[in-house]
Design a protein around this ligand. Structure first.
Ligand SMILES: [Zn+2]
Length: 463
């Protein structure tokens, strides 16, 4: 099977050039001018004139089919990866979870394989959430890196009794990562203190969704970020902070980087395009934005954009973890029982292209780097994914820079009954999306199939 993508403007993290792309089976076979004249037998031809040709998006922070607070996130690996493909994302790295009570990491990994296998429409990998760092989980970390293609681990300083691990456990995991080349990812908020603030607010009779944000102040994200970066500094290993939301945390990352710490962080579109005012929406609408960390005060996003421009933030991921309003209502009388999370797997490239590239905040090449190349390099997928190069997987998006799209629950494909960006008009969107050479989305129609997606055995981080 030979596909020719003609006359497009190819954009990678480093280069912009007019070229045709020839795909043979699942790989990019050639890049160059007038390849239609060089290759005689073409099975499929896509005209990309006036369009951009970019490597498929890589979303390294998703929660598909994830249990949380007595319910489960609304998108499974089928609906979630189909929605991802619609938005130009062709690889996701989801979080497998160590069973509660310090169960085997392998059991958690098997559970996640069972959720994804035969269902995913694009390729997927797994990080492993470690809830208990002990002798056996530390030994299993080696196994996962060596034999299972799981090369990153997530730990939490938040959610005591559920995910929280103490500083000694974090430090041991960091040391282990130093030995086996894995990357430690941190959810950095001071959970024990947040729990006290929640208790105090509830004792005063506060119930509204806004209290989710008011009990998780940005200083406590800054504090936890400072702490985990100091631990990584002493352990002499890289560290990656997930869903960084607050200027207070970004300042810590920047200072650590300036000291020579291999500190990395991602932010998410919700922290760039929404803010604390969304919690004031009437009735129970504010619950749509209950996520952790919460949305921050207006103005905070300016710091995040600066971080994205100056490389103190390296990745934009989504933390896609949708719950329908029926589930959100579990916390109608108690903000602390609202399931944490919001949809975003489909809207990441739309928002960052329109609000980032078109508005002049970041360059086209920086955009590709943030949504595809840097995540590939940090999470062991490069050079197979994350760029346009001969021999790379043919995960290719033909991006129409003039396509007009209204972000809405009516136009998007995520399996959830609201959209946090409802009614927002954006310019730019995918016209064709290929996953390993196979067309999966064309003109907003899904033409792929569930089960096409393969598990990605990831290599070591280049952090
Ligand atoms: Zn998350």
């Amino acid at each position: 099977m030979r596909t020719l993508i003609e006359k497009g403007t190819c954009v990678t993290a480093s280069d912009t050039f007019l070229a045709d792309v020839v795909i043979e089976d699942d790989k990019i076979a050639a890049l160059g001018r007038d390849l239609g004249k060089v290759f005689d037998k073409i099975d499929k031809c896509i005209d990309a004139s006036g369009k951009l040709v970019i490597p498929g998006g890589i979303d390294v922070h998703t929660h598909l089919d994830m249990p949380f607070g007595g319910t489960v996130s609304a998108d499974d690996f089928e609906s979630g990866t189909i929605a991802a493909a619609h938005g130009g994302t062709t690889s996701v790295v989801d979080f497998a979870i160590q069973p509660q009570g310090g169960g085997a990491l392998m059991k958690g990994l098997h559970d996640w394989h069972a959720k994804a296998e035969g269902k995913a429409a694009v390729d997927y990998g797994f990080h492993m959430i470690v809830r208990e760092v002990n002798k056996s989980s530390l030994a299993e970390m080696d196994q996962l890196v060596k034999h299972e293609g799981v090369t990153s681990f997530k730990l939490f300083t938040a959610y005591p009794g559920v995910f929280y691990v103490d500083d000694a456990q974090i430090f041991r995991a960091l040391r282990k990562a130093g030995d086996n080349g894995a990357l430690i990812c941190m959810h950095a908020e001071n959970g024990p203190v947040i729990d006290v603030l929640i208790e105090e607010a509830k004792a005063r009779g506060e119930t509204a969704p806004v209290w989710h944000a008011l009990t998780r102040p940005p200083r406590l994200e800054g504090e936890a970020s400072h702490r985990v970066l100091a631990l990584a500094e002493v352990a002499k290993v890289p560290l990656y902070i997930v869903h960084l939301s607050a200027k207070e945390a970004l300042d810590q990352v920047r200072e650590a980087r300036d000291r020579g710490v291999r500190a990395y962080a991602e932010t998410c579109p919700q922290y760039l395009f929404l803010d604390h005012r969304n919690y004031q929406e009437p009735g129970f609408e504010g619950s749509k934005y209950v996520m952790s960390p919460p949305l921050r005060m207006p103005g905070n996003e300016q710091s995040l954009w600066q971080g994205l421009r100056l490389d103190d933030l390296q990745v934009v991921s989504t933390d896609h973890c949708p719950f329908c309003m029926k589930e959100k209502r579990l916390g109608e009388n108690d903000f602390s029982r609202i399931p944490n999370g919001a949809p975003g797997i489909e809207t990441r490239l739309y928002l960052t292209y329109d609000g980032g590239v078109r508005s002049g905040r970041i360059s086209l090449n920086r955009w590709v780097q943030l949504v595809s190349t840097a995540p590939a390099k940090l999470f062991g997928l490069w050079p197979r994914k994350g760029t346009l190069a001969v021999g790379a997987d043919a995960d290719v998006v033909v991006w129409d820079p003039e396509r007009r799209v209204t972000l809405s629950v009516k136009t998007m494909h995520m399996r959830v009954d609201y959209n946090p960006y409802e009614g927002r008009q954006v310019v730019g969107g995918p016209s064709q999306v290929l996953s390993r050479g196979k067309l999966v989305v064309e003109d907003d129609k899904f033409v792929g199939q569930k089960g096409h997606g393969r598990f990605l055995r990831r290599g070591q981080t280049l952090a």
